[in-house]
Write a protein that binds this ligand. Structure first.
Ligand SMILES: Nc1nc2c(ncn2[C@@H]2O[C@H](COP(=O)(O)OP(=O)(O)OP(=O)(O)O)[C@@H](O)[C@H]2O)c(=O)[nH]1
Ligand SMILES: [Mg+2]
Length: 657
């Protein structure tokens, strides 16, 4: 049997954990509301059935007010899944049931997955499940999704109820049902394929999307009833919401007992959200994440880098074809370049691991809360802090995460400034060269680049807010989820996913990029084989544009590395290796001997700012349109150029040469 299943529920209830459990998918999981922004799909085979599962974005309601709500609702209406699994947070039953009632109104075949049972237990919330099943008339499966508790029962329930459409009577009070009945009579037999009662309710609620579906005649008849209801019981939309809340209250009064004490979350919050210590703690947490990543990965990174360099020299001359050996295994070798990039994979994985521990712990929403006041003054919404932190890993998911910012202008500012967050790919280049160029100060240099990116993001935001995106940043309410111990396995698998992505990127983008550069390097301007880089095509390209950057102390090599970095920032490092004929060990010393630390710093600042990589540009285009993607490109290049000069000028003033 083929069964189509949709997962619906409030934000942050665990839909994506369930989805991943069922399908083996890799949906973004974390402890803050609003991660899944589009639907994701997968399939699972169970007891001879092919179950197709779709993960919907989290919504508190099914009105037509927000994109997420429309995505979720349209899917259920149009695709008519055989089963809608309504994931409900057991520790927050009352609020979650509001959506449940709306799903039932829709006439969907609902099964409740009562998730986070462990949390409910910890918070002393007791639910009489059998009674709740009776009251709602639908099956309920208690579960703890991250521990896979209840998954088998859920699968069995899906199969059992898939083709059994139970008719449920979910009635509100008499005062309201009268009007629903009246509208139902008018539309009787008119709208094939829709649940009559649902249409009636939506018409009374003045739902724009539903009203569009109905002919003028019918609509005016319905409007009369709406008017009548308005006169007798007040605004129908409010009356219906009240009716749902009343019903929920009745149900919960019957099945729910809770003695909510001061929870551990409350205690932790009193420290982490402290007026004075909150922000210093936030900064320290970030600092620890990066410290952890660098410290643990350093030996591995050296080892791999050396390994690839050694491999190159062992293989040099292996094939006997001169140009081939030179291109792949020579000092300027592609193997060496790619190896250097790969040696940073552990750093990337560790950073992601640490970031996702913090995310799963429940700290992201707190960071947004803490920073909101300051951020708003600086032109960004507090919610933008989450995409900013994610941007330290990779700007692409960060750009998508801005969807949680409801105000359009707030969101655009967050998107356009996000590439200034120093991502893992740029970090690969910076961490490879700071050691030899700046010696012991290397760590501080990297830290200063992180800070510079953040400061510039705020400056750009303020300027945008005062010019083309004029207006106030709207205040926000973001629910603070309870803290929970992160499950290391979950965070590890997330980090591993990232690491895999890094590998794939290395294979698909970085390697071809370096290969092309390598070929340009061994081809002379008269298209013959050359080992003299100065007369290569690459040099010719670099030299053509050199006048623009020569005053900054660059030579053509730095320029070519930057040009190739547009494709992916990891390439800057691999390209440098090729261009300077250096290995992990020697790249930094080579560069240090050719440029002053000040020039190098100025170059790094340029690389930090100049353009987002191609994938990021694509994400910006998708989320904000081409206009903003081009805007980001142009302001980036101008700002990078100015800042490279500012660094040099400032350095000279301070007496650094
Ligand atoms: N303690 C506990 N935590 C859970 C349970 N299920 C999920 N979580 C955690 O709740 C958080 C949210 O889970 P997600 O699957 O990302 O939630 P979602 O419903 O997809 O959220 P959005 O996509 O943001 O709407 C994660 O940190 C999970 O680890 C559970 O049964 N018990
Ligand atoms: Mg999700």
């Amino acid at each position: 049997m083929k069964i189509r299943v949709a997962l619906a529920g409030n934000p942050n209830v665990g839909k994506s954990v369930v989805f991943n459990n069922l399908t083996g998918g890799h949906q973004h999981i974390g402890n803050w509301p609003g991660k899944t922004i589009d639907k994701a799909e997968g399939t699972v085979n169970y007891k001879g059935n092919e179950i197709y599962v779709i993960d919907l974005p989290g919504t508190y309601s099914l009105t037509a007010y927000s994109a997420e709500e429309l995505i979720a609702r349209d899917y259920i209406i149009q695709e008519k899944p055989d089963v809608v699994i309504n994931i409900v947070d057991a520790s927050n039953l009352e609020r979650n049931l509001y959506l449940t009632l709306q799903l039932l109104e829709l006439g969907a075949n609902v099964i409740i997955a009562l998730n986070k049972m462990d949390l409910a237990e910890r918070e002393n919330v007791k639910i009489d499940i059998e009674r709740l099943e009776k009251k709602l008339g639908i099956p309920i499966i208690p579960m703890v999704a991250p521990k896979k508790e209840g998954m088998k029962e859920l699968l069995d329930a899906i199969i059992k109820y898939a083709k059994k459409s139970v008719k449920r009577e979910m009635n509100y009070n008499e005062k309201i049902e009268r009007y629903i009945d009246e509208v139902e009579k008018i539309i009787e037999g008119k709208l094939e394929g829709f649940d009559k009662r649902w249409i009636a309710i939506k018409i009374l609620e003045n739902d724009k999307e539903v009203k569009k579906k109905i002919g003028k005649d019918l609509l005016s008849q319905c409007e009369e009833i709406r008017e009548k209801m308005n006169k007798n019981v007040g605004d129908p939309e409010i009356a219906l919401a009240d009716a749902r809340y009343q019903l929920i209250k009745d149900i919960c009064g019957d099945v729910l007992t809770k003695e909510r004490k001061v929870t551990v979350s409350d205690i932790i919050d009193s420290v982490l959200l402290d007026k004075f210590f909150g922000i210093p703690i936030f900064v320290s947490i970030l600092w620890m994440i990066f410290q952890f990543g660098f410290m643990v990965s350093a030996p591995f990174c050296d080892f791999l880098g050396d390994g690839f360099a050694a491999l190159s020299s062992v293989l040099s001359g292996a094939t006997g074809i001169q140009w081939f050996d030179y291109l792949f295994f020579g000092d300027y070798g592609v193997l060496n370049g790619i190896g250097m990039v790969l040696s940073f994979v552990l750093l990337i994985i560790l950073l992601y691991f640490a970031l996702s521990l913090v995310e799963d712990f429940g700290y992201m929403a707190r960071a947004a809360f803490l920073m909101d006041k300051i951020m708003r003054k600086l032109g960004l919404s507090g919610r933008a802090i989450i995409p900013m932190i994610l941007g330290f890993g990779c700007n692409v998911p960060a750009i998508y995460a801005t969807r949680m910012i409801p105000d359009e202008k707030d969101r655009l500012v967050a998107i356009v400034t996000n590439p200034l967050m120093l991502c893992g790919a740029r970090l690969v280049f910076f961490s490879a060269i700071v050691g030899a160029v700046f010696g012991k100060a290397g760590g501080d240099v990297i830290l200063s680049l992180y800070l510079l990116g953040i400061v510039l993001a705020f400056i750009v935001a303020i300027i945008l807010r005062k010019t083309i995106l004029k207006g106030r940043v709207s205040p926000f309410i973001l629910e603070l989820p309870p803290y929970q111990m992160p499950v290391p396995k979950v965070s590890l698998s997330k980090a591993w996913q990232r690491g895999k992505l890094f590998f794939t990127k290395a294979g698909k983008v970085v390697l071809p990029g370096i290969l092309i550069l390598g070929i340009l390097l061994i081809t002379s301007t008269s298209f013959t084989y050359t080992e003299n880089a100065e007369e290569s095509l690459a040099a010719a390209i670099g030299k053509a544009f050199l006048p623009i950057v020569a005053p900054l102390g660059w030579d053509w090599r730095l320029l070519v590395a930057a040009l190739f970095g547009i494709v992916a920032k990891e390439i800057v490092l691999g390209a440098s290796a090729l261009l300077y004929g250096a290995s992990e060990e020697t790249i930094a010393t080579t560069m240090a001997s050719m440029y002053t630390p000040l020039q190098m710093y100025s170059y790094m600042v340029f690389i930090l700012i100049y353009v987002p990589c191609i994938v990021t540009i694509g994400a910006i285009k998708q989320e904000a349109g081409s206009k903003w993607a081009i805007f980001t490109l142009i302001y980036g290049i101008i700002l990078a150029y100015i800042m490279a000069w500012v660094v040099l000028g400032f350095g000279h003033l301070m007496g650094v040469v």
